[in-house]
Ligand binder design. Structure first.
Ligand SMILES: O=C(O)CCC(=O)C(=O)O
Ligand SMILES: [Fe+2]
Length: 348
């Protein structure tokens, strides 16, 4: 498919706190970005350049560790889907993604799971950290905290763009939003290799805040075809997740995106932060003013990716499907034995 040369818009978050006319202009730009590509670059975000370079440096140090150190914290050890995943072990739409990654969630104790507990309770639990790199934990947890505060501010801006009170989503994320921080390395591809860094997908949360190093590869699907989202110094790429699509009945759309692997001899680092609602929450359908409701496109119907308003159920569905090895080892009771796919059984 051809890739269009169109660029994503750039939004300045400081305008959200500015006087009413500047704030109004910002909210209009946000609506346009949401109606169009569903993705934009964010500047004026308030996260320091020092923290950003520390996170990228710590990520590079992690991926440079010997295999035995990374393998000692593999995700297969964790029923909570935390830890390291080798390239090729994560799947998007049934095909392997050529990226290695470390998944860090909210640092919380595991909850007891028994037959009466909802299955998503299994998602809560500790992270796995590499003993060989003690500096990684404080750097990533600090970044996770700052990215959470930033994502909540972006969420408040989306609420305002929908002409809702800024805090309309607070009841479904406070006091313990679902957080997922992923540090990712995309290896270069040799001739004949698949170019699927990560296959075409939507993100499941409220919003995603993406930090990229200097190597491109992210592409966004739009009405005009795929658009490149090359790195832009000092900015994050922000995109809409499925919770906002559900809550707005498609007035905001979670857009499809993918990463094309870098060429041979080059690798790419990215750090994705996904802000989600509380796992025990149910996504409400917002009462939108008529002129916004008129723009609603409804929620995308995709038989391969049914969307549930129950947050924990939706999130668990995605984790089981993306990490079939973890699903088989720890959650075989949730898988449908008649299916070769790692889909959750429809019963729960
Ligand atoms: O690495 C990137 O640029 C995007 C990653 C992504 O889309 C994801 O992990 O959901
Ligand atoms: Fe994504």
């Amino acid at each position: 498919m051809t890739v269009s040369q169109k660029a994503l818009p750039v939004l300045d978050l400081t305008s959200f706190d500015a006087e009413p006319s500047q704030r109004g202009a910002f909210l209009r730009e946000l609506c346009e970005a949401a109606q169009g590509p569903g993705f934009f670059y964010l500047v004026g975000h308030g996260i320091s350049a020092d923290l950003i370079s520390d996170v990228l440096a710590a990520s590079r140090q992690f991926f440079d560790l010997p295999e035995r150190d990374k393998f000692s914290i593999e995700m297969i050890n964790s029923p909570h889907f935390r830890g390291y995943t080798r390239a090729g072990l994560e799947f998007t739409r049934g095909l392997p993604d050529w990226r290695e990654q470390l998944d860090i969630g909210a640092e919380r104790d595991a909850l007891p799971w028994d037959r009466t507990a909802p299955p998503w309770i299994r998602l809560q639990g500790p992270n796995q950290w590499p003993a060989a790199l003690p500096g990684l934990r404080p750097t990533l947890l600090r970044y996770q905290a700052e990215a959470t505060a930033l994502a909540i501010k972006v969420l408040r801006a989306f609420a305002a763009a929908l002409e809702q009170p800024d805090n309309v989503f607070e009841p479904i994320y406070a006091p313990s939003p679902n957080q997922l921080l992923k540090i990712i390395r995309y290896p270069g591809r040799d001739a004949g290799d698949s170019d699927q860094g990560v296959g075409a997908h939507k993100d499941s949360g409220f919003v995603t805040i993406l930090l990229q190093d200097k190597v491109g590869g992210l592409q966004v699907e739009t009405a005009d075809g795929w658009i490149d989202a090359p790195p832009r110094p000092g900015s994050f790429v922000v995109n809409i997740g499925e919770i906002l699509e559900l809550a707005s009945n498609g007035a905001l759309r979670a857009n499809v995106h993918r990463v094309v692997s870098p060429p041979a001899g080059v690798d790419r680092l990215s750090v994705a932060f996904f802000l989600g609602a509380r796992l025990d929450a149910t996504v409400p359908l917002l009462d939108l003013p008529p002129e916004i409701a008129a723009r609603s496109r409804g929620v995308t119907e995709d038989p391969l990716n049914p969307l549930f308003h129950e947050v924990g159920r939706n999130y668990l569905k995605g984790r089981l499907r993306s990490h079939p090895d973890v699903a088989r080892r720890h959650h075989a009771d949730l898988l449908d034995p008649s299916s070769t796919q790692s889909e959750p059984a429809s019963a729960y």
